[in-house]
Design a protein around this ligand. Structure first.
Ligand SMILES: NC(=O)c1ccc[n+]([C@@H]2O[C@H](COP(=O)([O-])OP(=O)(O)OC[C@H]3O[C@@H](n4cnc5c(N)ncnc54)[C@H](O)[C@@H]3O)[C@@H](O)[C@H]2O)c1
Length: 363
């Protein structure tokens, strides 16, 4: 078993352990220091097997072991779920020296991270992500969140984990569409700086499904570097916003589809849209746009939308977190790893990109 450890240089640095069987590191205490601690494993019904596996690895090493099950997927990111969790932590007397372990996709690690950040003003949390998106994105970087009626992720806190354990064996039960959706974030890391991901897919399009470890490591390294320099997303430059490549239009598509389009699908189309905008602004070649389409479609990710009217998308895009002073702001690329940001993009440019990414557009 070869494991790779990537250190995230956060305020308190933490390791991301990647590989088949990575969860076995929990037996060594290296990362979590269990002695005399009570531990609560927070998971959801879809990952019962993985949560049991984690429990097996640490039982006998901890003062007390508890399980808390939250709903699967986005339904967990809810204030009532958090309130029930707080009551549970009180009932089993978890204090600040104890620890939570989140086992699940990004929704589970987001809510468990939020619970950890708020319980007694902050307890340790270790993330054990079980989805592609969770491993390369959600579990790393310390952002935690829940949703409210006014929008997704509006309530949250920055709370870095003590460790992130990415056991690739845990992906085995993930439905193929869910797996593929997360790959959009891996490709995004390729375009924003980890070029080897793109060449690996171009060389062999099964690279990310059959032996994803190298690409995951490249994506995690990239995310680790970005969050280390802009932990709180308040950099004067592009900083952590870079990770939002493809997300402006992508989020709008997700919202307009009432979330029938997966996040990764939205990001995939959103990256092609961003490339088209950059091309229409004269900042990247048509070959660079074509490269987006080639790489994403090789993985079976969508590259076109069927939204009828640009204004509907624009309305949602203007509510995007990146819109500043009422102006749409996008992260764009001149080429791989060469990012810039633009505000106040002319509507004719957006329309050109919108039409070029419409289903049935001719290229
Ligand atoms: N904090 C961050 O920086 C950050 C970054 C990106 C995304 N996110 C958040 O992550 C969430 C999306 O995460 P996601 O894409 O991992 O989806 P998810 O957590 O919603 O999981 C998708 C579905 O797959 C199930 N599942 C998870 N692992 C499984 C497995 N191994 N086998 C079988 N089923 C499994 C889940 O229970 C769920 O039903 C969103 O809420 C998003 O806002 C957070």
């Amino acid at each position: 078993m070869t494991l790779t450890v990537i250190d995230v240089n956060a305020q308190v640095p933490y390791p991301v352990v990647v590989g088949n069987g990575a969860v076995d590191v929990l037996e060594t205490d290296t990362y979590a220091r269990f002695k005399d601690r009570a531990v609560v494993i927070i998971s959801n019904p879809d990952v019962e097997e993985q949560a049991m596996h984690v429990a097996d690895r640490i039982s006998g090493r901890v003062r007390a072991l508890h399980r808390l099950i939250v709903p699967s997927g986005e339904a967990a990111k809810d204030l009532e779920v958090v309130a029930r969790a707080w009551e549970f932590l009180a009932s089993v007397a978890i204090d600040r020296s104890d620890m939570l372990i989140a086992v699940g996709g990004g929704a589970t690690t987001d809510v468990a991270g939020f619970i950890a950040s708020t319980w007694m003003r902050g307890v340790d949390v270790v993330h054990v992500p079980t989805t592609t998106a969770g491993m390369v994105d959600a579990a790393i970087g310390g952002k935690t969140a829940i949703d409210i009626a006014a929008g997704k992720n509006l309530v949250g806190a920055f709370h870095d984990p003590r460790a992130v354990i990415c056991d690739l064996n845990f992906l085995g039960s993930l439905p193929p569409d869910e797996y593929r959706s997360g790959l959009a974030e891996v490709v995004k890391c390729g375009f924003i700086g980890a070029a080897s991901i793109l060449t690996a897919i171009e060389h062999d399009h099964t690279a990310l499904t059959d032996h994803p470890k190298d690409a995951f490591i490249s994506a995690i390294n990239l995310k680790a570097n970005v969050v280390a320099v802009d932990a709180r997303e308040n950099s004067l430059g592009i900083g952590r916003e870079l990770l939002n490549y493809g997300h402006t239009f992508g989020h709008a598509l997700e919202t307009l589809s009432q979330y029938t389009l997966r996040h990764g699908g939205g990001v995939s189309i959103g990256m092609v849209f961003a490339a088209e905008v950059s091309h229409a602004l004269g900042h990247c070649s048509s070959e660079f746009v074509a490269r987006h389409r080639r790489v994403l479609s090789a993985l079976g990710l969508p590259i076109s939308h069927d939204v009828a009217d640009l204004n509907a998308a624009l309305e949602v895009m203007m509510r995007d977190k990146k819109a500043r002073a009422g102006k749409l702001r996008m992260i764009l690329l001149r080429g791989v790893g060469d990012a810039y940001s633009v505000s106040d993009i002319d509507e004719s440019i957006l329309l050109a990109a919108f039409n070029a990414t419409k289903r049935d557009a001719v290229h």
